[in-house]
Design a protein around this ligand. Structure first.
Ligand SMILES: NC(=O)c1ccc[n+]([C@@H]2O[C@H](COP(=O)([O-])OP(=O)(O)OC[C@H]3O[C@@H](n4cnc5c(N)ncnc54)[C@H](O)[C@@H]3O)[C@@H](O)[C@H]2O)c1
Length: 334
């Protein structure tokens, strides 16, 4: 049994607590939160878990093998570094940390110590994303032209990171995975309306070496709650709408063909309006799959799907986007 501690049991961390408490092969050994009131709301619910307020109560406990970090983003580096240095496997929420240098340090630390380092890129464990990947890899969609993502809501407004760092790690991790590459350049524009120096909305374009494009729209100041991705290929187009309860993926047999031997302008482009197919998906909670994967990687020594390298790749894109926002949208090398 892998003895796991969760550090940071707030709005998101409590979901990790619930999932690790029921993951196969795991024991929830500790819940750590500096907020006493929050901590004591867990009293009696998880009998095997000690409740503590200081991260050193976890890192200094030899019986704990793995540490899950869901504290505020600016603390991710410090807490992940402390846990890795103490010889613990680490699952750290997204964003992995707040600079490329920090991400490189964590990745090297885990690699050097032979420890598992997992980043909470939840969507990489989503059955809908598995479906998108298989559609792309099987050639069903044809050549992939471009994709765009929308992650919008009214709230959660954060004060220690902007909407880009808070929301885009999900989209970036999926785009890198689906395209099988990281972008070369990022151009991003954002605006601060509610708090000085913290962008509430960011529009970013990711440029890939082979000409493919991805657009990422993130905002916590929007009337719509949207978690949507659209992929346009030469043969078919597909959408993934995570706000849908059941029919999350739709495959559109739609496309356009350029006809080189046309006799009139009207024949130059042929549009195809075909059927829409809704595939059946596994409805397991992605967070459940993600938590079980972390435990299995430790107990069976498997490679982690969203490992430190994956986290570092996302942080590189986030940092390039941040530089571009500061440079008024000028594209920046990743
Ligand atoms: N993967 C996802 O889909 C997803 C979704 C939401 C949030 N998150 C991530 O989870 C993290 C937490 O977000 P949240 O919305 O739960 O925030 P939150 O403020 O509700 O929770 C953070 C918790 O950390 C605790 N904390 C802060 N400093 C601490 C310390 N030094 N030691 C121990 N505990 C400490 C706070 O008391 C609080 O309970 C963020 O990094 C966020 O990006 C991920």
């Amino acid at each position: 049994m892998v003895r796991v501690a969760v550090v940071g049991a707030g709005s998101w961390g409590k979901n990790l607590v619930r999932n690790f408490a029921s993951s196969k092969g795991a024991v929830l050994a500790a819940i750590c939160d500096k907020d006493d009131k929050r901590l004591h709301s867990f009293e009696g619910a998880y009998p095997h878990a000690k409740l503590c307020t200081d991260v050193s109560d976890v890192t200094g406990d030899d019986s704990i093998e793995a540490v899950v970090i869901a504290t505020d983003a600016p603390l991710h580096f410090e807490h992940a570094k402390a846990a890795l240095s103490a010889g613990k496997h680490v699952y750290v929420e997204k964003p992995m940390c707040q600079s490329v240098a920090e991400a490189e340090k964590l990745e090297q630390l885990a690699e050097g110590k032979g420890l598992k380092l997992m980043v909470g890129h939840l969507l990489l464990y989503h059955p809908a994303v598995d479906k998108l990947k298989s559609l792309i890899d099987s050639g069903d969609l044809g050549d992939i032209y471009y994709m765009y993502t929308q992650r919008l809501n009214l709230g959660v407004v954060r004060s220690n990171e902007n909407a880009w760092w808070s929301l885009a790690p999900h989209d970036i991790s999926v785009i890198n995975y689906l395209f099988g590459a990281a972008p070369e350049k990022v151009s991003a524009q954002g605006q601060c309306y509610l708090q000085e120096g913290i962008e509430d909305v960011v529009f970013a374009t990711l440029y890939f070496a082979d000409g493919r494009l991805a657009q990422v729209h993130t905002s916590w100041l929007d009337p719509h709650k949207m978690r949507r991705m659209t992929i346009v290929g030469s043969s078919k187009m597909v959408t993934f709408d995570d706000m849908e309860t059941a029919e999350k993926v739709r495959i559109y047999d739609k496309g356009a063909t350029a006809n080189l031997n046309y006799s009139s302008y009207g024949e130059a482009i042929t549009l195809r309006q075909g059927d829409v197919h809704i595939p059946k998906l596994d409805m397991t909670e992605p967070l459940r799959i993600e938590c079980q994967h972390f435990i299995d990687c430790i107990s069976k020594d498997l490679p982690v799907r969203s490992d430190g390298r994956n986290g570092l790749a996302a942080v590189r894109v986030l940092a390039a986007g941040e530089r571009s926002i500061k440079a008024g949208g000028k594209p920046q090398e990743v």
